[in-house]
Design a protein. Structure first.
Length: 258
């Protein structure tokens, strides 16, 4: 009797547990699928960003050579590079210019227009720069903050970038590091003067300067999870500029040897 009662109680207990087990199993599948979807989105966003940067970097060099960049040309060039059959590129014949071509401050760039390429040699940073600081632009490139100066003109050239993508390496930047801003009108060299941390509403860091300066802005702390509460500021001063001819020759020689 006691054995039968125990068996009956065990069966009832197992029946009571079965719906709960089904719910647990369903929850496990839901979390697994959600995790896979999150990984897929992360891979897609990062891959599309890398591909866009690679194409814009290649297209920028093609424009400097006086060629018209196309997606087909990019694919062919990359395949050639992968197969090891890329040959040395010839320096294009560009008109002689002793100074960079000045841009026209009265004609601001169009939104999302490609402005050039930012390089920080010591940190191995190389990123394309586009006009705008909205979320869509900053996903694809470093953004030039509208209303601030353009390279080569007096004032403060302000650039923004995400701390977990293009400006991740800024955590290691130091005073006297060099920064190059390559544009179609020339390459402008800057030297880092200082870094500081400010609040998100401190717009004074974007104010025009009496000379020619460059300001890089990203969120801080670099490893903060969520919306970072502060901003990391790098301030640099222009020290020189190269003409398009000088810059193109050096860039193509570097690219051909790689």
């Amino acid at each position: 009797m006691n054995g039968a009662h125990f068996a009956e109680s065990g069966l009832m207990w197992k029946d009571d547990r079965s719906p709960r087990r089904r719910w647990i199993r369903a929850a496990e599948w839901i979390f697994l699928l959600a995790g896979l979807a999150a990984v897929d989105v992360f891979v897609w966003i990062n891959t599309s960003t890398l591909l866009d940067q690679a194409y814009q970097d290649w297209a920028f060099d093609e424009s400097l050579r006086g060629l018209r960049p196309t997606v087909a040309g990019f694919v062919a060039d990359e395949i050639s590079w992968l197969l090891g059959s890329r040959t040395k590129l010839e320096t294009p014949e560009l008109p002689e210019k002793s100074e960079p071509i000045p841009q026209h401050p009265e004609k601001p760039p169009l939104k999302d227009a490609l402005l050039g390429r930012l390089r920080i040699p010591r940190l191995n940073v190389a990123a394309m720069v586009r006009e705008g600081a909205d979320s869509a632009t900053l996903r694809r490139a470093v953004g030039h903050i509208p209303g601030t100066a353009l390279p080569g003109h007096a004032g403060n050239v302000a650039l923004a970038g995400h701390r977990d993508t293009f400006f991740r390496a800024l955590r290691n930047i130091q005073k006297n590091d060099t920064i190059d801003f390559e544009t179609e009108s020339g390459t402008y060299q800057y030297v880092v003067d200082s870094t500081r941390i400010v609040g998100p509403r401190d717009v004074g860091v974007l104010a025009a300067s009496g000379g020619k300066t460059l300001t890089l802005v990203t969120c801080y702390p670099f490893y903060y999870v969520g919306s970072a509460p502060k901003r990391f500021i790098v301030r640099a001063t222009e020290t020189g500029a190269n003409s398009p001819r000088q810059r193109t020759s050096a860039a193509l020689e570097s690219r051909a040897s790689s």
